[in-house]
Design a protein around this ligand. Structure first.
Ligand code: PHE
Length: 336
């Protein structure tokens, strides 16, 4: 057997160029220097060679072994270096640190907590209600008649889900937090003083003052002999604490099917400005609502109110576009 050592050397050099990791290097080593490798094979052939041939083949094998050994050493160093560099990228202790930014509550959450906190101090209990509601709780029990425009699909999001308590009806996304009044009254006996904050939904076209989702806070107080003066006193105390003592307020007669009498509360607050701004609806709980909740006729009286969180936050902080609340632009959020 004859060997072309020049070619073998070249072949080894050529093969080594594609070696980039320890595994490929080991395969390369085994191929040439392993027990059954090429160099061993050449050495094993020596005894069969003539005296004249032996020295050249022996030298060729030695040279090949040396070349392969050198390549392996070089590659080992190169691979180590490469590993070092890539691990350096993960842990460069000299790199300036990236400071974690401290977040904070969204202005809507802050406003809800502030308002709920004020009512809590006045003795109210905070309660939750589901965003998915029945037509009964959202409308019928609140004395909102079947043909009332707010029941229309244009004003309420109906879900593609059957109401388990009335198979002829579909569930909906509550359009106000008032159905919370029904849930509370159905499950509790007066005296009651509850606050129900949460999201509500209306299929309004989105603009600077409308969103298809916004937040309301409902208030309900039921006992014997609750009077309209209690409602006025309570809401005045709230507004003075929330907006400041110099706030001006007025109760403007209004209509809600679930309260009688009903009013809207306006405030005049922005210093220098004389405009009245509406901040909530309120009134004395309608007897039909007590009836729907299963309370005995004429036994209790109550007051209720519902305020829009976005609206109040916009008034308090001079925000002019409701969409700012939902866009999650840090430049806006960081200001509060
Ligand atoms: N639910 C009414 C609304 O969304 C507000 C309201 C609540 C009015 C309670 C009176 C009493 O406009």
């Amino acid at each position: 057997m004859s060997w072309n050592f020049e070619e073998l050397q070249q072949q080894a050099e050529q093969e080594s160029t594609s070696i980039s990791d320890a595994r490929a290097l080991e395969e390369f080593r085994i191929k040439y220097l392993g027990k059954k490798g090429l160099v061993a094979e050449i050495y094993a052939s020596l005894p069969q060679l003539s005296k004249e041939e032996k020295p050249a083949v022996g030298k060729g094998a030695n040279d090949l072994r040396n070349t392969v050994s050198r390549i392996i050493e070089e590659k080992k160093t190169a691979i180590k270096q490469k590993e070092k560099q890539s691990s350096k990228r993960f842990l460069d202790v000299t790199m300036p640190g990236v400071a974690l930014e401290a977040g904070h509550q969204h202005l809507i959450t802050q406003t809800i907590e502030e308002i709920c906190g004020l009512f809590e101090r006045l003795g109210f209990v905070i309660q939750d209600g589901p965003e998915m509601e029945t037509e009964f709780n959202n409308f019928s029990a609140l004395n909102i008649p079947e043909d009332h425009p707010s029941r229309d699909g244009f004003d309420t999001f109906y879900l593609d889900a059957q109401d388990p308590t009335d198979k002829t009806k579909k569930l909906l996304l509550r359009s106000h937090t008032s159905p919370g009044q029904i849930r509370i009254m159905k499950n509790n006996k007066p005296p009651l003083a509850v606050i129900i904050p949460g999201r509500v939904y209306r299929p309004d076209a989105v603009d600077a003052s409308h969103s298809f989702m916004f937040h309301q806070i409902e208030g309900l107080l039921v006992d014997k002999d609750v009077k309209f003066s209690d409602l006025k006193g309570l809401l005045t105390a709230f507004c003075q604490r929330f907006f400041g003592r110099d706030i001006k307020m007025r109760f403007r007669p209004h209509f809600f099917p679930f309260t009688e009498p009903s009013a809207e509360v306006d405030i005049s607050w922005a210093k220098g400005k004389k405009d009245w701004l509406e901040i909530m609806g309120c009134g004395m709980v309608h007897p039909k609502v007590f009836e729907a909740a299963g309370y005995p006729k004429g036994k209790y009286t109550g007051l209720a109110f519902g305020l829009g969180v976005e609206r109040i936050a916009m008034l308090k902080h001079g925000i002019t576009d409701i969409r700012n609340f939902y866009e999650n632009d840090k430049r806006f959020l960081e200001q509060f």
